[in-house]
Design a protein around this ligand. Structure first.
Ligand code: Q46
Ligand code: ZN
Ligand code: ZN
Length: 308
């Protein structure tokens, strides 16, 4: 297999882009692809300080590597969720720390158990699956917003790739989750001064491309998956999408870009303007909430103290 650009030995075949690339041209191509995505969706500029949410996995560490190489100002955030199965959280933390040390890049670490008293599995003691991931998502969002606000970052960048985005899109479309579809985007604007803007610079890269990037760049990442991800529905949707992609290369990209275009053209705009959110301030942590006087995060910990 020969590189389309230089005729050297190609390390990856990307039929969806009609490209076969050698390691050097592939690295170059990934950087320019991400740079174009950042510009296209006006994610951030060279003067902005970006907080990169890293999990120790291939996507988030590749993202951090790419942003550093593109010359952006980045700092990492690792949230230790306290998942003890096969030492998952501690092992992942070691990969994040090793990357930060090798790149001389600042890394903030928040240990959920040490900071709040319990890890995610104890907090979501009702069992595996949806509850675990929804509790985990809530806790991660809260901590990311807190750290971004305290540190005054312009945005939080996450390592969501095209496969992640398309799996969520398929799930939301099958269930016609209008609210979620409306909000799914490469950039989630800040809706309150204490809620950070969120950006997904890898949203145009296929998962196999981010994995290949980590390999050719020699990035060491945690290979084990979170033990609770086995129940995630998105894995099933990813398998279906992979079948479609094999039959017809480019399907995932077309589905995603077509969705974003449809949104731009007003497909999801209702005639009525969206209701203005009424914000309260959580009496415990000070973060904004649309619920009563306690935010969902603080209610979760209160419930823990006083179970029904
Ligand atoms: S870390 Fe948390 Fe994921 Fe594990 S418990 Fe679920 S949400 S699967 S990205
Ligand atoms: Zn080449
Ligand atoms: Zn709160």
């Amino acid at each position: 297999m020969k590189c389309t650009k230089c005729g050297g030995v190609a390390v990856i075949n990307m039929p969806q882009h009609r490209l076969k690339l050698c390691a050097e041209h592939f690295k170059e191509w990934v950087l320019s692809m991400v740079q174009r995505t950042i510009k296209r969706y006006r994610m951030f500029g060279p003067k902005d300080r970006i907080l990169v949410a890293v999990s120790g996995g291939k996507d988030s560490l590749s993202l951090w590597d790419i942003l550093i190489r593109l010359g952006y100002q980045t700092e990492g955030l690792y949230i230790n969720l306290g998942i003890t199965h096969e030492n998952y959280s501690d092992v992942s933390q070691e990969y994040a720390e090793a990357f930060a040390a090798a790149h001389d890049a600042p890394l903030h670490i928040v240990n959920v158990r040490e900071t709040y008293g319990q890890g995610i599995p104890d907090l979501a003691h009702t069992g595996r699956g949806k509850r675990m991931c929804s509790v985990c998502g809530l806790v991660k969002r809260h901590i990311m917003n807190r750290i971004a606000y305290e540190g005054g970052y312009a945005a939080i960048a996450t390592g969501h790739n095209l496969d992640d985005e398309v799996a969520v899109l398929l799930q939301n479309t099958l269930h016609w989750q209008g609210g979620y579809l409306k909000r799914q985007a490469p950039v989630l604007p800040s809706t309150h001064p204490r809620l950070a803007r969120k950006v997904k610079p890898l949203c145009h890269l296929y998962e196999r491309e981010t994995a290949a990037y980590a390999l050719v760049q020699g990035i060491a990442f945690v290979e084990q998956e979170c033990p609770y991800s086995v129940n995630a529905k998105t894995i099933f949707y990813k398998q279906i999408l992979n079948q479609l992609e094999r039959r017809s290369p480019g399907t995932k990209m077309q589905f995603y870009l077509g969705f974003l275009r449809a949104k731009e053209e007003g497909l999801f705009c209702l005639d009525e303007p969206e209701k203005e959110l009424t914000w309260n301030t959580c009496r415990k942590c000070g973060q904004p909430t649309t619920a009563g006087d306690l935010c969902a995060f603080c209610r979760l910990w209160e419930k823990q103290k006083h179970p029904a």
